[in-house]
Design a protein around this ligand. Structure first.
Ligand SMILES: Nc1ncnc2c1ncn2[C@@H]1O[C@H](COP(=O)(O)OP(=O)(O)OP(=O)(O)O)[C@@H](O)[C@H]1O
Length: 806
């Protein structure tokens, strides 16, 4: 009985079987074969196939009589009979009781009944045991399979655990590395923030200096203007004074000549007067002598009269002597007569002389009058001359003053000019610093930079009002552009705006630093966007055969080769690899493939037969195009000939908008690897120069057939580009880079850590104003896009490191 019990289901007092904690092993046991085990209850096994007997629940501690009744009521083949421990124990403890000690018959009947019950019980137990054995067998099988599974799972778990452990170890390592990097990045970030702050401060200071300089410049310009005006007015006055001076000098010389002639006349008149005076004096002398003679004659007459009287008296007395006296008298009389005649004559001549004298006196008076009037005139002239001389002196003085003032002004102007030159120099320096700071800020901000270039009007362009203007305010100078469309003005500001008169050199100067950074290990991407015929190819490629009209690509390459050459002195050695491709109708074409002979070469959908040009980006953000021809280049000459080869292979066509329209996106890539033997440094830069195909309206392009297909493909890829830009600008989680070959190829430039610059080319043609507005709006969106912060690919050279891209 004890050995049998081993295979029996647990009795109510036995400890319940621990349920399996493996869910799957429980699940594997069919529901109808599961049993409930509870205290005080015995649940029979479910039937195993043959009979399906439900176990009923029997209460423990049942009365033996009840048990007996119960058993007696049971059917004879024990079907449906269930025994409990108590029933069995009651059955085993049952005593045969007769009516009396000798009631053997009754006892015998009881015994028979008891044996029957025992048989029934044994049969039930045997069945039960059988069932249990079967079930045990099944359970064992199940247990085995579960064990196998368990072992397998355990094995798997062990393997997984191993894997997980190794992953955990790697993750821990990564974590440590990341933490290290994170702290480094944090430190870098802090340093960058610090330097940004410092640069911000410096920028503010520079802005202040610039503002004060601008103010000073303005003041200086104002001063210069007023000085110029003053100089002009002084010059004017000086001129007028000089004219006045010359007229005065002329007048003076005229007066001098007049004075000379007047002097001459005066001299002549004085001479005449002197002669007349002399004459007069001689006449006067003569007159005086005549007067004297007359007086003496009168005296002698008086004497004679006296003598006559004396003689007459004497006549009386001296009659003898009378005759003589008469004769004397007659003689005397004759003499008197003669003298009288002479006196008369003299008197006549004296009268004549006095008339002449009077005349002469009148003449002299007139001459004296003339003389005095001339003297007066001379005095007046002298006074005038003195005044003129004074004036002249004053004029000379003022001229001298003006001259000194002029010299002073000249000196001031010179000072101002040197100040201006200094200010200009300072402004240029400040502008350089501003640009550098601006670049740094942009680098820290991680924005795509946008330069706008407006091409000049071409003979084929439409005529009308000028639609493009440039603001002149200080903050928008050189950075703003205004577009006029149907009377309303749209203002845009970019990092730089080049007007139609900007030369290729002017444009290159602005990007040369960016190109240089490719040599320093940055990924640089410059692409030109714009309506067809707006000058993208001119900007990127230009006319390489003409030194002045060379575009950015040849100029950038020249700079890179020159700079790499000059860096050899510092121990740098560079290796350059060039590749060129075009995306035409969503298909990549290798422009340097030796199998290509020209644009019309027969190609498969994917380019040259058998080649799969698939784009892939690696973890470092480097782009690889499988099967693409990559050429090692050492000189600018080599690259130039490759560019020529590519230009010949490129798909171009004639459209209504452009004679030589690019029908594909052209991508030039230069990979630069630099190693410094002395410092063990390594840098890996990439320069991507991209000339996009021009956007155009189908209605305007007038395209049909293949051209229409091309135009649709171009517009689709450009619309994918704008979708990407919009998603980036909105910082959406999903950016649809994979929607076109162009956007997928540009993914590291648009969403990565490269330095990216976009040229938006604009046509000034009034009929293209709609397209220009679209381009400018798109460019403004691009300018607002944040990409990653440019990262330099530089490291210390590992002992066996090699170039890893190609
Ligand atoms: N800055 C400029 N100075 C002088 N000529 C220019 C300038 N920009 C463009 N052009 C002239 O304008 C015409 C169109 O320019 P270009 O072919 O570069 O345009 P595009 O934008 O590349 O057009 P597409 O997208 O159709 O290829 C050319 O004849 C070019 O020489």
């Amino acid at each position: 009985m004890a050995s049998r019990n081993q295979n029996k289901p647990p009795l109510p007092n036995a400890p319940p079987r621990s349920p399996s904690n493996k869910k799957d092993s429980i699940d594997e046991v069919p529901i109808d074969k599961r049993r409930k085990i509870g205290s005080g209850k015995m649940v029979g096994p479910a039937t195993t196939g043959r009979t399906r007997q439900a176990f009923s629940v029997v209460n423990a501690g049942q009365d033996p009589a009840v048990t007996s009744d119960y058993i007696s009521n049971a059917s004879s083949d024990c079907g449906g009979i269930e025994f409990t421990k108590e029933v069995v124990e009651a059955l085993l403890n049952e005593k045969m009781k007769g009516k009396n000690k000798f009631d053997y018959k009754g006892k015998c009947e009881q015994l028979t009944e008891y044996v029957k019950k025992l048989r029934l019980c044994i049969k039930w137990l045997q069945e039960l045991e059988e069932n249990y054995l079967l079930e045990q067998e099944k359970l064992r099988n199940m247990l085995e399979s579960v064990n196998i599974k368990c072992a397998e799972t355990e094995e798997q778990m062990k393997n997984r655990e191993g894997e997980l452990n190794s992953i955990i170890v790697e993750l821990k390592k990564d974590f440590a590395l990341l933490q290290e990097r994170f702290t480094k990045e944090e430190l870098d970030k802090l340093a960058a923030i610090d330097s940004l702050k410092r640069e911000e401060e410096a920028r503010v200071a520079v802005e202040k200096v610039r503002a004060s300089l601008a103010e000073e410049l303005e003041k200086a310009q104002h001063e210069q203007l007023t000085a110029n005006q003053k100089i002009a007015s002084l010059n004017d006055m000086y001129k007028r004074l000089q004219e006045y001076n010359t007229s005065l000098q002329q007048y003076n010389s005229k007066l001098q000549t007049e004075l000379a002639t007047a002097n001459e006349t005066l001299k002549r008149v004085e001479k005449e007067k002197a002669a007349i005076v002399e004459n007069l004096s001689t006449l006067r002398g003569h007159y005086n002598s005549l007067q004297d003679q007359l007086i003496s004659s009168r005296a002698s007459r008086d004497e004679a009269i006296k003598q006559k009287e004396a003689l007459t008296a004497e006549v009386g007395c001296l009659r003898g002597e009378l005759q003589q006296v008469r004769e004397d008298r007659d003689r005397q009389l004759a003499q008197v007569q003669a003298l009288t005649a002479e006196i008369v004559k003299y008197e006549e001549s004296t009268g004549k002389s006095s008339a002449e004298l009077d005349k002469l006196i009148v003449k002299s008076n007139a001459l004296e009058d003339t003389c005095s009037s001339q003297r007066e005139q001379i005095q007046i002239l002298r006074r005038q001359l003195a005044a003129a001389n004074e004036k002249l002196q004053r004029a000379d003085l003022s001229a001298l003053e003006t001259k000194t003032e002029f010299e002073e002004q000249k000196r001031v102007i010179h000072d101002l000019q040197s100040h201006l030159a200094e200010a200009d120099f300072k402004i240029i320096e400040a502008e350089k610093l501003r640009k550098k700071l601006h670049n740094t800020i942009l680098e820290l901000k991680g924005n795509i930079r946008v330069f706008c270039r407006v091409r000049p009007l071409l003979p084929d362009d439409g005529v009308g009002v000028e639609v493009i203007s440039y603001p002149t305010s200080l903050e928008a100078l050189g950075r703003g552009i205004d577009l006029l469309q149907s009377g309303s003005k749209h203002a845009f500001t970019f990092d730089k705006v080049f007007s139609h008169d900007a030369s290729q050199e002017d444009v290159f100067v602005e990007i040369s630093q960016l190109v240089q950074s490719a040599l320093d290990g940055y990924k640089v991407c410059i692409f030109a966007y714009g309506q067809t015929g707006s000058g993208k190819t001119y900007t990127m490629m230009g006319r390489p055969e003409n030194a002045e009209q060379k575009g950015l690509i040849p100029r950038s390459l020249e700079q890179i080769f020159q700079a790499s050459q000059s860096l050899t002195a510092q121990g740098w050695k560079y290796k350059m690899q060039a590749s060129m491709l075009e995306i035409y109708n969503e298909t990549i074409r290798d422009l340097l493939s030796p199998n290509r002979s020209g644009p019309d070469t027969l190609r498969t959908e994917n380019g040259v037969a058998g080649k799969q040009y698939a784009i892939k980006h690696d973890a470092n953000g480097n782009t690889h195009v499988s099967d693409l021809t990559i050429v090692d280049v050492c000189t600018i000459k080599e690259v130039s000939s490759l560019l020529q080869q590519a230009a010949q292979s490129r798909s171009v066509g004639r459209t209504q908008m452009n004679e030589q329209s690019s029908r594909s996106h052209f991508v030039f890539t230069l990979r630069i690897s630099g190693t410094n033997e002395s410092t063990e440094q390594q840098v890996q830069g990439v320069l991507n120069l991209i000339d996009l195909a021009g956007s155009e309206r189908l209605s305007k392009s007038g395209a049909t057939g293949d051209r229409l297909k091309e135009t649709q493909a171009i517009n689709k890829s450009l619309s994918c580009l704008s979708d990407v830009i919009f998603a980036l600008a909105k910082k959406e989680d999903h950016v649809p880079f994979r929607n076109s070959k162009l956007t997928y190829l540009l993914q590291p430039c648009l969403g990565g850590d490269s330095k990216t610059l976009m040229f938006v080319n604009i046509s000034p043609d009034p009929t293209s104003v709609g397209e220009s507005l679209c381009s400018l709006r798109f460019a403004a969106r691009v300018n607002a896009c944040e990409i990653g912060i440019p990262r330099r690919q530089a490291n210390l050279r590992a002992p066996d490191s090699r170039l890893s891209y190609g």
